[in-house]
Design a protein around this ligand. Structure first.
Ligand code: PMV
Length: 340
């Protein structure tokens, strides 16, 4: 049933991968499975009005038109139209807002594509009278930005078929919260903002570089192995193994970029200073804090909430000096997208 106008508003968080997605094929399908923690504070809030009429859209950020966002959204609508043909009967007015600063070096593609996909599925539910379909929501988000499919539902989300356990899907993220031992349920992610600039390598370019990469096939195998080991560690609350896999995955992601053609170094000197300080702190205090990295210079510190005071002290005494304008963001594990 065509409705003349509809309106909805959803928020969706960012996520941080433990086992990294790096390399894709076909229509946004991952070369290897990945698993992430869903975040809570770094979010995109998106309001959409749909009106029947010629298909198209407008996009604004906090009410200000943003033509520079339009190409990504246009591509997104083109990709989803086969799965949501009803969109062709509508014009969409999209207004969006991020809870994290624009120039923080934190990509908003995961949270924004997840929030927009939630709005689209909300409309679809309004039109069909059926319940919200979270798998399809994640499927649509994947078409916007691969890792966005891990930002919809659950504290821990797997994307990609895992051959060692024969679970997961290449088409959408699967909620793996049931894996989480209590020690992981209040995990903190403090994001140290080493470099707030634009990404040197867009993830599109980065994924492409895995196509003729000398180490690609071994890397994809390794991701399956690491995912199996990580899942057991998450179940058992095995922090030593969690740390080993998480840190190794971050360094491997960067190693892939250093060994591609063209090659890139995305870490900055301060990234390394922070990693060394985290290792020294962990050795000295036995506090199980570890790091992970995205495709950039910022450092994510992961640790159980009960160690927050000690980690805060470490940041104030030592790590803040390595951050641009001493800036960092305190985030923690969250549950996914919700209607607002
Ligand atoms: O979703 P994309 O295409 O922006 O790729 C994200 C890739 C990494 O953030 C580096 C790893 C990941 O699994 O999130």
């Amino acid at each position: 049933d065509l409705k003349e106008s509809m309106q909805t508003k959803w928020q969706a968080p960012s996520n941080i991968a433990l086992v990294k997605y790096w390399g894709k094929y076909g229509m946004q399908l991952p070369a290897n499975p990945s698993l992430s923690f869903t975040l809570n504070e770094c979010r995109t809030i998106t309001k959409v009005k749909a009106k029947t009429g010629e298909h198209g859209f407008s996009i604004s950020y906090d009410g200000v038109e943003k033509p520079e966002f339009a190409p990504k959204i246009k591509a997104y609508f083109e990709r989803i139209e086969d799965y949501c043909p009803w969109i062709l009967d509508y014009y969409f007015e999209i207004d969006t807002h991020n809870t994290f600063p624009h120039s923080s070096g934190i990509a908003s593609s995961a949270s924004s594509m997840a929030a927009l996909s939630a709005c689209m599925m909300d409309f679809e539910a309004q039109l069909t009278g059926q319940e919200l379909d979270y798998h399809k929501m994640s499927f649509l988000a994947r078409l916007g930005s691969g890792s966005a499919c891990r930002s919809l539902k659950g504290e821990a989300v797997q994307w990609g078929e895992h051959k060692n356990t024969a679970d997961g899907s290449n088409y959408y993220g699967v909620d793996k919260s049931e894996l989480l031992h209590p020690i992981f349920q209040d995990y903190q992610d403090t994001i140290l903002l080493v470099d707030k600039g634009e990404k040197v390598v867009s993830s599109t370019v980065g994924h492409d570089l895995m196509n003729d990469h000398a180490y690609a096939s071994r890397r994809f195998e390794q991701a399956h192995e690491n995912l199996a080991t990580l899942k057991t560690a998450l179940k058992e609350g095995d922090l030593d193994t969690f740390i080993k896999i998480t840190e190794s995955e971050a360094l491997t992601l960067h190693a892939m970029m250093m060994t591609s053609h063209p090659y890139f170094i995305l870490m900055k000197p301060n990234t390394l200073s922070i990693i060394e300080a985290i290792w020294a702190f962990r050795k000295e205090t036995q506090i199980p804090v570890c790091f992970t990295l995205d495709a950039g210079a910022n450092v994510h510190m992961l640790y159980p909430k009960k160690h927050k005071d000690s980690v805060d002290k470490l940041i104030n005494n030592k790590l803040a000096q390595y951050c641009q304008n001493s800036h960092y963001i305190c985030d923690e594990i969250g549950t996914g997208a919700t209607k607002v």
